[in-house]
Design a protein around this ligand. Structure first.
Ligand SMILES: Cc1cc2nc3c(=O)[nH]c(=O)nc-3n(C[C@H](O)[C@H](O)[C@H](O)COP(=O)(O)O)c2cc1C
Length: 154
């Protein structure tokens, strides 16, 4: 069975909630889905996944949430080749923060690309100023992502 790992970076649980809400959509599309709440680089390197989805909010001034810092730091330190990695990215943020809007998601996207990973489709940015429940934006986006990228199995 094809595997999908959802890598979560969250402070208050919104990004985790998104991961849990979209999980059944991928299961219906034929994936064995796991949600990683304390992701590490070994989750990509030691046991590669067919597809990855990153659900990452921003804290501080465009910073990664604490639970996601080790993952990003390990990429910086170990410089892995991520050329086999195909991923989608859902960034949670708040446009009232101005220039650092969705800063963590944007940094992560650049970091993954720099290491050879291939993003499928565009990044989704969910603005807390406009969308109270991030799931409301994430669910239709994932439904469209699965179809537009031809990700359905069987
Ligand atoms: C202390 C703090 C700092 C934040 N800094 C930013 C920021 O720099 N840029 C941004 O886009 N959003 C920022 N946010 C907004 C959060 O990213 C947004 O509320 C998000 O939905 C939280 O998701 P979570 O529940 O997964 O942590 C900040 C929120 C808090 C409470």
């Amino acid at each position: 069975m094809s595997t999908l790992k959802i890598f979560v970076g969250t402070m208050y649980g919104g990004a985790l909630d998104v991961a849990e809400q979209v999980k059944p959509l991928f299961e219906e599309a034929g994936y064995d889905v796991s949600i990683l709440e304390q992701p590490t680089l070994d989750d990509l390197i030691d046991s590669p996944t067919d597809l990855a989805l990153f659900c990452v909010s921003t804290t501080g001034s465009g910073d990664y949430p604490g639970n996601f810092v080790p993952f990003a730091r390990e990429i910086d330190e170990r410089h892995p080749a991520l050329t086999e990695l195909r991923y989608g990215l859902i960034a949670l943020g708040d446009s009232s923060y101005g220039e650092t809007y969705c800063g963590a998601g944007r940094s992560l996207d650049a970091l993954l690309e720099e290491h050879g990973a291939q993003r499928l489709g565009e990044r989704l940015e969910v603005d807390a100023m406009e969308t109270f429940m991030a799931d409301d934006a994430a669910i239709p986006w994932v439904e469209a992502w699965i179809e537009e990228q031809g990700l359905r199995k069987g």
